[in-house]
Write a protein of this length. Structure first.
Length: 318
């Protein structure tokens, strides 16, 4: 088995340079998105590769933090996520990056040679999964049907910056074409690697082989299939057929833009559209009325506690 020491020696022996500024080690890559597309699973797998050092927890939100002094950014805060100084590739996974345009520009300023990994999910199912997460954790109580129609006005009305909203952007984040085009405005195509979420979960070994080649590292170790879900979504209404059809039509032209970027079709998404609807969210059917209420409260509190704990970890690095 390849050890960290072996990995470091192999990188040094290959003569591969590590990006530095004034002696500072820089990130080699970022898993930039998309949210609710499998980035938690990819982050978990990357942590098992001996030539990769991921940030000490997922979603640092360093580059999309609008509270930082970006005229003179303090990259010591970013370095703190990597307590071990060695020759492994450094990477982090913040799936909001793809959507957050200022973060793309800041990444370019930080390291114009950084590599970006993008994982894209069927846009309809991604939008619904995004809303389901916000709904189950209490950030949004608007029904999905309304949130993807009239509720979209909240994105502009309550935007944090440049028309971007962290919570209500269910539809906006699923328009991948403009986001990929913005990436191409700031980075050359050879520094961007895009995978399809459904294909990744259908054949993880093949996807990981392509990613290893993109990053210039040895093959990933043989692993059983990994699936890591980052959210609690108990007691959330299922995706309706009407909403699925509405969004499928809304994203139809954008699908063509994504296929143009990839240079190929996406059969996995076509099959989902042809099926007429997404799989409904499985509903809880045991324990009676009070059992349902108690179960919902438990999952809702767990989601809020997880959000608070995540916020506290970020505050430590501000």
């Amino acid at each position: 088995m390849l050890t960290y020491r072996d990995a470091g020696q192999s990188l040094v022996a290959s003569g591969e340079a590590r990006p530095r500024t004034g002696g500072r080690r820089k990130l080699d890559f970022v898993i930039a998105g998309a949210q609710k597309a499998g980035t938690s699973t990819l982050d978990d797998i990357f942590r098992k590769h001996p030539q990769i050092q991921m940030a000490n927890y997922k979603e640092t939100h360093f580059f999309d933090n609008e509270g930082r002094h970006w005229e003179a950014p303090d990259y010591d805060k970013l370095d703190a996520y990597f307590p071990v100084l060695d020759d492994r590739l450094r990477g982090e996974a913040t799936p909001a990056t793809l959507y957050w345009r200022p973060a793309i520009r800041r990444l370019r300023e930080y390291n114009p040679h950084i590599k970006l990994i993008v994982l894209l999910r069927n846009p309809v199912e991604r939008a619904y999964s995004h809303w389901r997460k916000e709904y189950s954790t209490g950030w949004d109580r608007m029904p999905f049907s309304e949130a993807i129609r009239a509720g979209r006005s909240r994105v502009q009305a309550e935007a944090e910056v440049e028309g971007l909203h962290r919570h209500f952007s269910y539809v906006e984040r699923s328009f991948y074409g403009p986001q990929l085009a913005y990436l191409l405005d700031h980075f050359p195509r050879q520094q961007i690697h895009c995978e399809i979420s459904e294909e990744f979960f259908g054949d993880q070994a093949a996807t990981l082989a392509r990613l290893a080649s993109f990053l210039g590292i040895r093959s990933f170790p043989a692993l059983p299939p990994v699936y890591k879900n980052s959210g609690y979504t108990f007691g959330v209404p299922a995706l309706s057929e009407d909403d699925f059809r509405y969004l499928s039509e809304l994203f139809r032209e954008d699908l063509a833009a994504v296929e143009s970027f990839l240079g190929r079709s996406i059969p996995a998404w076509g099959n989902a559209v042809n099926a007429g609807r997404a799989k409904p969210q499985q509903q809880y059917r045991g324990g009676g009325r009070w059992g349902l209420v108690m179960k919902y409260l438990v999952f809702s509190l767990r989601g809020k506690w997880r959000a608070l704990a995540k916020g506290w970890r970020r505050i430590r690095y501000l």
